[in-house]
Design a binder for this molecule. Sequence first.
Ligand code: FAD
Length: 466
Amino acid sequence: MKRTLHWFRRDLRLHDNTALRQAVDSAEEVIPVYVISEWKGEHRWTGPNRQEFLCQSLAELAERIEQAGGRLIFRQGNAVRELALLVKETKAEAVYFNRDPDPFGREVEEELVRVGAAQGFEVRACKDACLHERDEVLTGSSEPYRVFTPYSRAWAKLPKDKPVARVSKLRTPGGIRSESVPTLETWRIALDAQVIAGGEDAARKRMAALVASGLASYGAVRDRLDLSGTSRLSQDLRYGLISIRELFGRCREKMETLPATQRDNAAKYVGELIWREFYQQILWHYPEVLEDSFNPKFRGMRWKSDPAAFDRWCAGETGFPVVDAAMRQLAQTGFMHNRARMITAMFLTKDLHIDWREGEAYFMRQLTDGEIASNNGGWQWSAGTGADAAPYFRIQNPWTQSARFDPDAAYIKQWVPELRDLPAEKLHVAPASGLPIALGYPAPMIDHATEREWTLQMFAKHQGAT
Ligand code: FAD
C-alpha cells in the first residue's frame, strides 16, 4: 500500500490545495503532518497574535481532516528531522508540500531535498502560495522586475492556473505518535489582543463577503480608515486558509458582471493581490532586502536609535491622534489598516528618523497577517528605500492624512478614548507648540514640518556622500 506524507505549512486548508491534492491522488494512505516550531522566549519575527491565529486554524484543520477520514499528525522540533523520522516510522515513499516563498522556508526545503536524496524518499514541492512565483514574471531581457507597474502588466498577461478539487476523503494509517493540537501554552505565551477568527471556514466566509459586496466598492473606499472597506483576507492568504487561485478566479468572474465603475473598483483589488506577489518575487530574487535597503543608493544610511521615542510610537503615545489610533489598533487587535500602516511607518522613519528595521520587526511581532515579503516591502516603500518609484521625498503629513482618510475622526475616536469628546476638526491640526490637544493626552512629540526638513537633508547628505 503506497503511503505519502503531506507537510502542511502555509496552506492550512482542504479546498484547492495543490500539494495535498497530489499527495491524495498519488497514494492510498496519506499522513498529513504539521511540525510545530520550537520557540523559547522572545522572537524577533513573531508573537502571540499570529500564533493564536495559527493555533485556531490548526485546530479546525485537524477537525476537517478527521471528518474526511484522516488524522492530522503533530510533531514538534526541527522540521526536516521530524519529517525524516516520520517517513521512516510510517514507511512512506514521499513527502509532498507547497513551497514557502520566504528564504527561511526555502532553506528548510533545500535541506529536506538533501535528506530525501540521502535516505531514499521522494520530495515533491508545488507552487501554491501565489499565482506566479520565482522566475515566472521577467523583463524582456530575462531580469527580475524592480518596479511594480511593468511587473503588474507582465503578470496580468500570463495565463492563470485553475483551482484543483477539494480533498474530501483521505485515509491515514493508525498508530502514529502525535503531539496534541498546539495552543499558546505550547510556547508558554499569553495573548492580550482580540485577534480575528482563524480557520478555513471563517476565511471562506470573509472571501464570500468580499466577492458578494466588498469588491464592487473596494477602489472607492479602500483608503478610508473609518470604513470597513477592505477584504480583511491578508492573514487568510498568509496562512493559506484560502487559495489565491480561487480568490483570483472568483474576483475575475464577479468583475464580468459589474458595471464599469464598479469593475474599476474591483480591478484595484486585483492590483493589491499583484503587489503581494511583486514583493514575494523581490524577496525571492533579492533576499538581502531583509538586512538592507532595496535601493542600493540608500544602503548604509544613518538612522537613529532612540528607544524612548520608539516605545512611545509602539504604545500609541506620540501625541499625533491618527498615529496613536493606528498603533493602538495594532496592539489591541493584531491588525492595522493599510493606510494607517503607511502613516505610522512614515512617522517612525521620517518624523522620528528611526531605522525602518526596528518598525519592521515590531510589526512582524504584532501583525496577525505578518508576512515578511509584504511587510519588508511596505516598510521599505514607506522609508523611501524600497522597490518603487515612490521617492524618499514623499513624506506624508499625519495631520492632513487623518483629515483626508478619517474626516469625522471616527477611527481616531474608536482607538483613542481620551479624544472622544473633541470635535473632528481639532484632531486634524497640530495644536499650538508644546500643548496637548486634550487633557490626559500627550502633546505631539515632534513638529512635523521641522522633522520633514531633517529627513530631506538626511537623504540628500547620504546621496552626496555616496
Ligand atoms: P486589502 O486592501 O483587502 O488587500 C487585499 C489583499 O492584497 C490583502 O489581503 C493582501 O494580501 C494584499 N495586499 C494589499 N496591500 C498590499 C501591499 N501594499 N503589499 C502587499 N500585499 C498587499 N500585508 C501583509 O499581508 N502582511 C504584512 O506583514 C504587511 N505588512 C505591511 C507593512 C507596511 C508598513 C505596509 C505599508 C503594508 C503592509 N502590508 C502587509 C500590506 C497591507 O497593509 C495589508 O496587506 C492590508 O492592510 C491587509 O488588509 P486587507 O486584507 O483588508 O487588505
